[in-house]
Ligand binder design. Structure first.
Ligand SMILES: NC(=O)c1ccc[n+]([C@@H]2O[C@H](COP(=O)([O-])OP(=O)(O)OC[C@H]3O[C@@H](n4cnc5c(N)ncnc54)[C@H](OP(=O)(O)O)[C@@H]3O)[C@@H](O)[C@H]2O)c1
Length: 265
């Protein structure tokens, strides 16, 4: 697999570094960026190639990976787009649809649209992705290898990317907000705020790991920590009484609506 990165910032660095660490020779990677030296730095750090221009970059490999800001897609010229003839274009650009990408790269053999998330920076990301056309087994394996550099990845169909975006793309901000709010609440109750946030985040990590490793359902795990009329029971009853499930449903719908709106330009 040879892969060329357009954009060499945080996400490209995480993917390229993960690929090299998993055995891809750095000579099989090329990159280019904007006016700042992110691509030069990435190429130097990994021993990868630095492309002189986008035509050279797009011609370099079998896969062209787009890792610049979403609004820069329109800077791809028709001539540059044509250089991707027969290649696979993989995009991590938030909100840019397969149709947008196909407009920029009309001759690509296949296009992969990915929604990664920020824990990718520490290899703990979870990505969702979809293909323009049914992929070959080899392409699927290569995409899984590339996204494996960021954590885990799951295939969906494009329409599902709106709700997937809310869950895995916006998810980190949701969990950071929970940790922040619990810290503020604990402070009001006289507990050190930083300690409370650490307790909240470590409890979230432990609970989710338990959920992932257990064969029990979420409800069974809830039941296992809830005694009748106990403290957890009081917390859960209050959350339901005060509309927590409804708040989540309405907020998720608002975010899905915004995702649809953005994808329609
Ligand atoms: N960070 C996340 O967790 C996350 C989550 C979901 C989606 N994404 C998507 O991932 C993409 C990259 O995010 P990031 O956090 O890695 O961004 P970033 O660190 O800001 O990197 C952006 C890169 O794009 C380059 N660039 C700027 N103008 C360019 C141009 N005209 N042509 C080509 N390259 C250009 C920059 O180069 P110079 O600075 O060297 O000029 C830099 O290498 C975004 O589209 C974002 O929507 C990121």
């Amino acid at each position: 697999m040879k892969i060329g990165f357009i954009g060499a910032g945080n996400m490209a660095r995480a993917i390229a570094t993960g690929l090299v660490n998993s055995g891809l020779a750095p000579q099989n990677i090329s990159c280019i960026s904007g006016d700042d030296p992110t691509a030069a730095n990435l190429a130097k750090d990994l021993g990868a190639n630095l492309a002189a221009n986008r035509e050279e970059l797009i011609s370099f490999g079998d896969i062209v990976l787009l890792a610049f800001k979403p609004n820069h897609l329109e800077t791809i010229t028709p001539e540059e787009g044509d250089f991707a003839e027969g290649k696979v274009v993989l995009s991590i650009l938030a909100g840019r649809t397969l149709a947008d990408l196909a407009k920029a790269f009309p001759k690509a053999a296949n296009i992969v649209r990915v929604m990664p998330n920020t824990p990718a920076a520490i290899g703990a990301g979870v990505a969702t992705y979809c293909f323009q056309n049914e992929p070959s087994d080899e392409l699927k394996a290569n995409v899984e290898k590339i996204l494996g550099a960021l954590g885990t990845a799951y295939q969906v169909v494009e329409e599902q990317l709106h709700i997937a975006t809310v869950i895995n793309g916006c998810g980190p901000a949701f969990y950071f907000r929970i940790v922040q709010l619990l810290g503020e609440i604990a402070e009001k109750h006289g507990l050190d705020k930083n300690l409370a946030m650490t307790l909240a985040s470590e409890t979230a990590i432990g609970s989710c790991q338990l959920f992932n490793q257990s064969d029990k359902s979420a409800q069974e795990l809830i039941d296992a920590v809830t005694s009748p009329n106990g403290v957890t029971h009081a917390l859960l009853q209050s959350l339901d009484r005060n509309g927590f499930p409804n708040v989540l449903e309405v907020s998720a719908q608002d975010a899905v609506d915004r995702s649809v709106e953005l994808s329609e330009g």
